[in-house]
Design a protein around this ligand. Sequence first.
Ligand code: ADP
Length: 274
Amino acid sequence: SRDTTQTLHVSARVAPLGDRLLLALVEDRTHQIRIDEVRRDFVANVSHELKTPVGALMLLAEAVQDASDDPEAVQRFAARMQREGTRLSRLVEEIIDLSRLQYDDPVDSPEPVEIDNVVAAAIDRCRVDAENRHVRLTAGGTADLQVLGNEKQLVIAVGNLVENAVSYSPEGSKVAVGVGRREDLVEISVTDQGYGIAETELDRIFERFYRVDPARSRETGGTGLGLSIVKHIAASHGGDVNVWSVQGAGSTFTLRLPLHPYRPGQPPGVVSHA
Ligand code: ADP
């Protein structure tokens, strides 16, 4: 277009074809170069992020050795080693998920998925955390809506939103998951009464490894990858994820996905839950 500048990377090969003709093969390499860039950045970030828990584990192992005649200290260090180990294994799992998803390719062999099942499984995943934090987790009634995609990935996406809502909320608050339909889209919203997010941070929280408050995120076992995974899962299902937040009051994250065409005989009920 006229008002945007874009660099086009092409490679060309020219081969003679008879006496007078030349065959030129021109290949657009822009997409490949972008993929290489994303991969390079990702590897650099990953190496940096892995060094923190590994470094902590090495120091703790040393501390355990030094404290061998103080059983209480050994217990304390061992508990911290366990926490760092858990964080490390979660980080590795999420890095693997993300490396599969980051090019936003459409889902392989998509299948009809019941959104109610996705929401129920996502809530189940977070129930223990919510109980520990005395956060009341509620879900709207059944909406009987379907999307085409990968159920496991959708559970991860909704689960990450619910997990964040629980983690970034004060004890005793409420988290509500609602499902609704807006034209050809299914909307799954997760609303908390938590700390909220400043307007200047709203764009950045979907970036890989970005955390508004790294200390708090570390405390909750966060990796900074959760929302970027949600964003990629949304994109590979042809949808998106948005956030609305008031600092100090709470946030609503909304995942929108294209609705799978209705099965015959199904009522087109519009269901919305607070
Ligand atoms: P993390 O593993 O740190 O939770 P995410 O990618 O899931 O990483 O989220 C990125 C950052 O966005 C978090 O560190 C947190 O600062 C902020 N955030 C995400 N969800 C919420 C929420 N519901 N309320 C307040 N802040 C949030």
